[in-house]
Ligand binder design. Structure first.
Ligand code: NAD
Length: 476
């Protein structure tokens, strides 16, 4: 593919030239080649996009849900028709294996968007509370700032419920994956929304992102990304008295209690961590097993890991591709080296690049043993295919270790029966727990405890992030 230069942003229902002459290179992480050049938009583009959104806000928000459902249905149909193009685009700019890009990166957001059609159709925006009528009204202009790891899912999980709620949106996607965002904007355009209801500004976080988050005419900010940037955004939102939703990092635990199916638990955990090259905020990056089963768990994990050989993500049989960029590669290797220096033992992988891949941001999928709660790898988000295996004495010890992190996004519990696993999960300080291999539910609220975030995405809870209530009192 030869590098195409784009100079436009999607503002006010049109593709218009960016106000910024600066550009960003979009690189294929597997080949390191420049795929495309996109504008590095800044404050002027953000001002234009927010103004376009504001001018569309009242009419869009005042319309009834049938008026919103019609273009949303056309958008969902567009997402369905573009599945192959979405998967290929995500593979090209993220390096995600094409199989996973098809089954998750393209299919999950379609499922999420579809689910919101049903929620919108059934949602009551008006209710009676005693002598009051309570209206659920849109918050207004929403700034959506998204990361690169699940580029379309993160966009859909914000933009679709915001539009369904009657809000208008300015999206600032991650600079590593703007082509997926452009594709989404094209589908919005084809679906025929009123101009200004959805706007896209591509640019860096420090220029476009910061200008958008701090913009006085933005009513709510929905951010997914690092905890460090999330904190900045929350501070700005606090000063502006803006609604804020934060989906941040994670350091989730997969806890295997005595009596559980050890082989299944370990195999599923390895697959969970290595998927998408470990670049998943909810990944179960700490595997906790009983001391007496530690050696057996490591042997099962090593055997499972052997199936994850880094390779060209465009090949259908590839299970693990490169990391997104050189910075992430340095960061992940740095964590592996630090862990070794702190006394962790490499069971599989390590800091050395995988054999035979001189080009591309590839890291060796790694399993670390003898990890303790004081090590950085046990506490901090690595965002790479690195699993830390830890042992515990009894269930209380397991709970102490599971909760020994500032994060609390997800987790898994494996036990002899669901009731025992659920009782343990209720004591974990985390927002989502999968019980004995229970599957991801795109309609269930998703979000963090502690430093993993504020607010929830997905399902009805995700819609309500974009609503505010107004109560009218009538004479009884
Ligand atoms: P990031 O927080 O730097 O970027 C996320 C988004 O925020 C991007 O669109 C970026 O341009 C924007 N941004 C950056 N600085 C900003 C600022 N000052 N104001 C407003 N917007 C700003 O995250 P990253 O560099 O893409 O990834 C770094 C780490 O973030 C990862 O290693 C991982 O720990 C975490 N992360 C978490 C998730 C998640 O889903 N929770 C997703 C991606 C990354």
């Amino acid at each position: 593919m030869s590098a195409h230069t784009f100079i436009d942003q999607y503002i006010g229902g049109k593709w218009i030239p960016s106000a910024s002459p600066e550009t960003l290179d979009v690189r294929n992480p597997a080949t390191e080649e420049v795929l495309a050049v996109v504008p590095a938009g800044g404050a002027a583009d953000v001002d234009a996009a927010v103004a376009a959104a504001r001018s569309a806000a009242r009419a869009w928000g005042a319309g009834d849900k049938a008026q919103r459902l019609a273009p949303l249905e056309r958008l969902v149909a567009g997402l369905a028709a573009a599945q192959e193009e979405i998967a290929e685009t995500v593979t090209a700019e993220l390096g995600c294996p094409i199989g996973f890009a098809t089954s998750v990166q393209a299919a999950l957001p379609l499922g999420v968007a579809n689910n919101y059609l049903g929620i919108l159709a059934g949602y009551e925006f008006e209710e009676r509370v005693g002598h009051s009528t309570v209206y659920h009204e849109p918050v207004g202009v929403v700034a959506a700032i998204t990361p690169w790891n699940y580029p379309l899912h993160q966009i859909v999980a914000k933009v679709i419920p915001a539009l369904a709620a009657g809000c208008v949106v300015v999206l600032k996607p991650a600079e590593d994956t703007p082509l997926t965002a452009r594709l989404f904007a094209r589908l919005v355009d084809e679906a025929g929304f009123p101009p200004g209801v959805f706007n896209l500004v591509i640019g860096t976080g420090t220029a476009a992102g910061a200008a958008l988050a701090a913009h006085p005419d933005v009513d709510a900010v929905s951010f997914t990304g690092s905890t460090a940037v999330g904190r900045l955004i929350a501070e700005q939102a606090g000063r502006g008295i803006k609604r804020v939703t934060l989906e941040l990092g994670g350091k989730s635990a997969s806890v295997v209690l005595p009596g559980a199916d050890l082989a299944k638990a370990v195999n599923v955990t390895v697959a969970n961590v290595f998927a998408n090259s470990g670049q998943t905020c909810s990944a179960w990056t700490r595997l906790l097993v009983p001391e007496e089963q530690y050696a057996e768990a490591l042997a099962i994990a090593a055997e499972a890991a052997a199936k994850y050989v880094p390779a060209d993500p465009a090949r259908p049989e590839t299970r693990v591709g490169p990391l997104v960029n050189a910075k992430q590669l340095d960061r992940v290797r740095g964590y592996i080296n630090d862990a070794i220096a702190e006394g962790a033992r490499v069971v599989v992988g390590g800091p050395q690049p995988p054999a035979g891949l001189a080009t591309g941001f590839y890291v060796s999928p790694t399993i670390l043993a003898d990890v303790t709660t004081d090590m950085a790898v046990a506490r901090e988000e690595i965002f790479g295919p690195v699993l830390c295996v830890m042992s515990f004495d009894d269930a209380e010890d397991a709970l102490r270790i599971a909760n020994a992190t500032d994060y609390g996004l997800a987790g898994a519990v494996w036990a002899a029966d669901d009731a025992e696993a659920a009782a343990f999960a209720r004591r974990m300080d985390t927002g989502q727990v999968d019980i004995n291999g229970g599957r991801f539910n795109l309609a269930a609220p998703f979000g963090g405890y502690k430093s993993s975030g504020v607010g929830r995405e997905l399902g009805r809870h995700g819609l309500e992030e974009y609503l505010q209530t107004k109560s009218l009192q009538f004479r009884a």
